[in-house]
Design a protein around this ligand. Structure first.
Ligand SMILES: C[S@@+](CC[C@H](N)C(=O)[O-])C[C@H]1O[C@@H](n2cnc3c(N)ncnc32)[C@H](O)[C@@H]1O
Length: 440
């Protein structure tokens, strides 16, 4: 093996388990705390890997995250002055990532905050701005009135970038004040007794979220300034986030030399329902303020985004998919052919998901330059009480495309925000970080 590659591997393997397990990470970490998006990557875990690969790429990096979620990968890349590009199918991920990758002057945020609060306080209207079936199930009347005042005040702000900041704060306020339980990502109403007992205040919550978020953004921007990555009020490199379905395309003509991502571990419905988590906030945020190019009807039902995500749609006969993916992954074939009847039907979801994942890799690879690194954090899961070895399957998919595993790491999940239930049992307590190198 070439000496340079050997050095890179040794460097990566030298990252301590303490860092990898996120033992010292802080909940107040700038990148995590402006909206509690599900299954966020822990920046302090990714950082040493990104840093070492950046060294290997002579600090001239264009980073892609094709499943960007809360964009923690992107902001970590920005800390190192990289060109960053992220894509996701969930409009809430886009909005959140737009805010996290933008440069805000703190004065403009604090001035806007005062303006918005004063507009809210002088608003005496009781008109409800949003209507959808079941609104009274998910929000008490008082909260509907308060959220409507916030909505009107944000709409009055002339600057789109500033409005985006407040829409994120409104999204977090909705998460904290709706009747939906915060303990699961699936929509699940609190009991009537609990709703009647609970004391929640929309405007008070919004104000405290805004203050916390301004502080977090300020902390992060200070790091970018300290690292000389801001010039003339702008990030010195490019930072783009785009809505798109990674199963079919990466919506850019750019190419990249580093891919860092954590894909879903299965179809959303049976793993993490990113879409359901986002549904109530998205009902309150105008799409024109997120991205006009969004081409799915994501508000049609609370399941719409999850159905459009990897493994969510039935597009082809399962036998046709099996024929194709079983050839690429013997591990998947062994897993599926283990089952019969109802269990086999249930396991078909895994095949559909892996097929979509495989398609998405085919979409990504042409965007990756020769010599680029691809870092995938992936965990296993249970289906029919048996472990789906996502880690082995992923490497087999890459092998079928002529790409070998370059090196790998393992981490215990101590701090990632995951649903602590059913199919994420103890097999989910570990994740593997698989690093591939594209050699041609
Ligand atoms: C585990 S999260 C990503 C975490 C992220 N890397 C971070 O640093 O926070 C997985 C993301 O994949 C997205 N996703 C699922 N299917 C997708 C698809 N077909 N196209 C684009 N994004 C998709 C989900 O919306 C979700 O935000």
């Amino acid at each position: 093996m070439n000496k340079n590659n050997q050095n890179i591997k040794e460097n990566i393997k030298s990252i301590s388990s303490e860092i990898l397990n996120g033992e010292n990470y802080s909940r107040n970490d700038f990148a995590r705390s402006i909206l509690n998006y599900p299954a966020m990557m822990v920046p302090s875990v990714q950082e040493p890997i990104i840093e070492k690969l950046s060294d290997a790429l002579k600090n001239n990096v264009s980073l892609l995250d094709p499943f960007m979620g809360a964009s923690n990968t992107l902001v970590t890349g920005m800390k190192y002055g990289m060109n960053v590009f992220g894509q996701d199918i969930n409009p809430l991920s886009i909005l959140l990532s737009q805010v996290k990758t933008s440069y805000y002057q703190i004065d403009e945020l604090t001035d806007a905050e005062q303006r918005v609060i004063s507009t809210i306080n002088s608003d005496t209207s009781h008109i409800i701005e949003i209507s959808f079936s079941n609104i009274d199930k998910w929000f008490t009347k008082d909260i509907q009135i308060e959220l409507s005042k916030i909505y009107r005040a944000i709409c009055k702000e002339p600057n789109l970038k500033i409005r985006k900041f407040f829409w994120v704060a409104l999204a977090e306020t909705i998460r904290l004040t709706s009747n939906d339980r915060t303990s699961t990502f699936k929509m699940h109403m609190r009991s009537i007794e609990e709703i009647n007992m609970r004391q929640v205040f929309g405007i008070k919550t919004f104000v405290s979220v805004c203050q916390k978020n301004i502080k977090n953004i300020n902390d992060y921007i200070s790091v970018l300034i300290k690292n000389d990555h801001i010039k003339d009020g702008k990030y010195i490199k490019s930072a783009d986030v785009v809505w798109g379905d990674t199963n079919t395309e990466i919506r850019t003509n750019k190419t990249f030399n580093l891919l860092v991502t954590s894909p879903p571990y299965g179809d959303n419905q049976t793993t993490v329902t990113y879409g359901q988590f986002s549904y109530l906030p998205l009902l309150w945020i105008p799409v024109k303020d997120i991205d006009n190019s969004i081409s799915i009807d994501y508000l049609k039902t609370s399941q719409a985004i999850d159905k459009k995500s990897l493994g969510g749609e039935i597009k082809e006969k399962i036998c046709d998919i099996e024929e194709r993916v079983f050839q690429k992954s013997p591990t998947l074939k062994k897993f599926i052919t283990n089952f019969q009847n109802v269990e086999r039907k249930k396991a078909a979801k895994v095949t559909r998901f892996i097929n979509d994942l495989d398609n998405s890799i085919d979409v990504m690879l042409p965007k990756m330059r020769k010599g680029s690194f691809l870092v995938w954090t992936i965990g296993n899961r249970n289906v029919n009480k048996q472990i789906v070895r996502n880690d082995l399957i992923l490497s087999e998919l890459f092998m079928s495309k002529g790409i070998e595993l370059f090196t790998d790491l393992e981490r215990e999940i101590l701090s990632k925000r995951m649903p602590g239930r059913n199919n994420f049992s103890d097999t989910m307590s570990k994740e593997r970080i698989l690093i591939y190198k594209k050699t041609n």
